[in-house]
Design a binder for this molecule. Structure first.
Ligand SMILES: [Zn+2]
Length: 256
């Protein structure tokens, strides 16, 4: 199948689907100019941090508990990298697909908050959101547009406790609520599973795609490079998210 034929076939599936599970990763935000880092630390690749430790250690839950100033140093760098970037056409396209199909869900690994910013309904940010801060003592939370002006590490204005972003650091568990929502979605039945801009390295990201493929549910992967699920999906679009989703929406609008 040529890419054009695949786009036609995927558009037909999207048109018929009432409940779509859309799994997204860093590739989605690449069109917003963000690096497609692995997890939260790939900005650093294999290099050691300025503190002489691997980024996985600097950005671990244990480091945040014991030496929060170290973790915050790198969180601040990551946030500075995202600052000024905006959601792109892919985020808007996905928000529209979900709005038009209320049984659908977006399950994202991204911590940039772009899906939330464009008002995506039924969203699970499984790794959290960099802009959501939470007090480790009293649990009070607040949203911040960026980290400008924050004292590092920040203290809770109410109780003085350590404040951290509500993100999943290395070595920490995924939020149970998000996993349960995904499980309920799959248990209730899905018509289509789309994996968009993710390298599918985590089992909880690849798992639903493989599960759907085994159940005979149509699956689509949109990602420029090959991933562990590439050989399992029914349709594969080797291209950027904004481009592919734009082509699909055009077909929906044209009614063809
Ligand atoms: Zn507090």
């Amino acid at each position: 199948m040529s890419d054009t034929e695949t786009l036609d076939a995927v558009a037909a599936l999207v048109r018929q689907a009432r409940r779509i599970l859309i799994i997204t990763g860093a590739g989605l935000s690449a069109d917003s100019g963000l690096p497609t880092y692995r997890g939260i630390g790939g900005l650093y690749d294999d290099k050691l941090t300025d503190h002489g430790m691997p980024i996985e250690k600097a950005l671990s839950g244990q480091m945040m508990a014991n030496r929060p100033e170290v973790s915050w140093t790198y969180l601040t760098q990551i946030e500075a990298n995202c600052r000024g970037a905006q959601p792109n056409a892919a985020h808007h396209a996905i928000a529209r697909l979900v709005a038009e199909r209320p049984g659908s869900m977006v399950f994202t690994q991204n911590v940039d908050g772009f899906h939330r910013e464009v008002g995506t309904a039924n969203l699970v940010e499984i790794h959290g959101n960099l802009h959501q801060l939470v007090c480790t003592e009293c649990g009070r939370g607040r949203m911040v547009p960026d980290y400008a002006g924050l004292q590092i590490p920040p203290a809770c204005p109410t109780c003085g406790g350590l404040v951290r972003p509500d993100v999943v650091l290395f070595g920490e568990d995924l939020p149970r609520d998000g996993i349960l929502r995904l499980e309920h979605m799959l248990a209730d039945g899905v018509d289509l599973v789309m994996s968009v801009g993710t390298s599918s390295l985590f089992p909880y990201i690849a798992g639903p795609v493989v599960w759907a493929a085994e159940q005979g549910v149509p699956t689509v992967e949109i990602n420029p490079g090959q991933t562990p699920v590439s050989a399992r999906v029914r349709h594969r679009l080797p291209m950027g998210a904004a481009h592919a989703l734009g082509e699909i929406l055009q077909r929906l609008d044209a009614g063809s």
